[in-house]
Design a protein around this ligand. Structure first.
Ligand code: PHE
Length: 369
């Protein structure tokens, strides 16, 4: 039998195969169970030993040649297909982003970016601390010793007893209940003077329409010489005017209590009732107006400055803590805090911000997408 002719014809057909399907068809036709070359191999069984000696190597060589040709053609077709795909899927990264699919920046992230931008302009750096915090930083160093009644108000998530503080200090680990421990960490790490904000997640075991077990705060801390309440009030006023983008923001400072500030002031912001909605601006004492509690603040307690490794006779400061989610709700008009953390695509599409809408003081710190 003329195996050479069979081989030449097979190789020609393989060469002419137009696509991967055709290659597979040929593989079955030649090498499959019922394939022609498989058939030739079976004829070896009926041959005389001499015949087999002369024919066997030829049939095996034929099968080898066809196998190699199939693999080569297949590889060629695959890389050609890849080239076509790469050419078709090429994107020009200098073009504007496509409309869809489009993700959005969460309002909480947006507001945190806005806060960082506004406070950067006032000379504040952004500081961070761990969400898994130890009892000392979260409570003791903030003038809340063991058995302090204020601890009970924090609805703390504690870790099991075995977990010891990372730095070897006594005390259990917990999920930080506020961003205030960053005050201590920053004083200990950087000394004074200081001007920082510390935005981040905080946790309390509390949950209803206005409370979620995880929420966001931004802490503010200024430590310097001769700092007084006037600095605090000016800073908050300047910040809130920039944040809400209106000049008629009016604040009311009420005496309050926090273990880590002395004196402590709760800050309310005036609002007007417009069509049943609270719109910030104007004095809360004017007819049709009211006051809304916005944040806690005060002069940093001497003991806290000491826990921060500084001399309170030399350094004074003020601190404040604001709910970031609350700020976002007030500015962008959402009414249910829980929706912030549901991950509902419709909510995110509606309230989210364009990734390209980076807040800047010159361009505006809050233009909805
Ligand atoms: N840490 C306080 C809270 O979570 C807020 C606060 C911060 C008050 C700084 C005063 C100074 O309620």
């Amino acid at each position: 039998m003329d195996y050479a002719a069979t081989g030449t014809e097979a190789l020609a057909r393989i060469d002419a195969a137009a696509d991967l399907d055709a290659i597979e068809q040929l593989r079955i036709a030649f090498l499959g169970k019922q394939g022609s070359i498989s058939g030739l191999l079976k004829t070896l069984g009926q041959m005389s030993p001499e015949e087999r000696q002369s024919e066997g190597p030829k049939i095996h060589a034929l099968r080898e040649a066809v196998t190699v040709a199939l693999a080569a053609r297949k590889a060629g077709l695959e890389s050609a297909a890849l080239e076509v795909r790469l050419a078709a899927e090429r994107i020009d990264l200098t073009l504007p982003a496509p409309e869809t699919p489009r993700g959005t920046v969460h309002p909480v992230s947006q507001v945190m970016d806005e806060l960082a931008e506004i406070f950067a302009d006032l000379g504040f750096a952004v500081a961070t601390g761990p969400e898994i915090e130890d009892d000392w930083h979260n409570f003791t160093a903030l003038n809340m010793p063991e058995s302090h009644p204020a601890r009970a108000m924090h609805d703390t998530f504690y870790f099991p007893d075995e977990a010891a503080a990372s730095d070897g200090r006594p005390g259990r680990m917990l999920l930080r209940t506020h961003t205030s421990p960053v005050q201590i960490r920053t004083m200990l790490a950087n000394g004074a003077p200081l001007r920082i904000i510390a935005p981040g997640r905080v946790y309390r075991s509390d949950s209803d329409a206005t409370h979620t077990p995880m929420f966001h705060q931004v802490e503010g801390l200024v430590i310097d010489k001769g700092i007084h309440l006037g600095h605090l009030k000016w800073t908050l006023e300047t910040f809130l005017k920039a944040f809400f983008e209106r000049e008629d923001i009016v604040l009311r400072l009420r005496p309050s209590y926090f273990p880590f500030t002395e004196p402590s002031v709760e800050v309310d912001v005036g609002f007007a009732l417009v069509n049943g909605r609270r719109v910030l601006g104007g004095s809360g004492d004017a007819p049709g107006h009211g006051w809304m509690e916005l944040l806690g603040s005060g002069m940093v307690n001497r003991k806290v400055i000491e826990f921060g490794g500084l001399d309170p006779d030399e350094w004074q400061g003020f601190a404040f803590g604001i709910g970031v989610d609350r700020l976002a709700m007030l500015k962008y008009g959402m009414d249910d805090l829980r929706a912030f953390f549901d991950g509902d695509q419709r909510w995110l599409a509606h309230y989210g911000f364009s990734a390209l809408d980076v807040p800047t003081l010159s361009g505006g710190v809050g233009t909805p997408a």
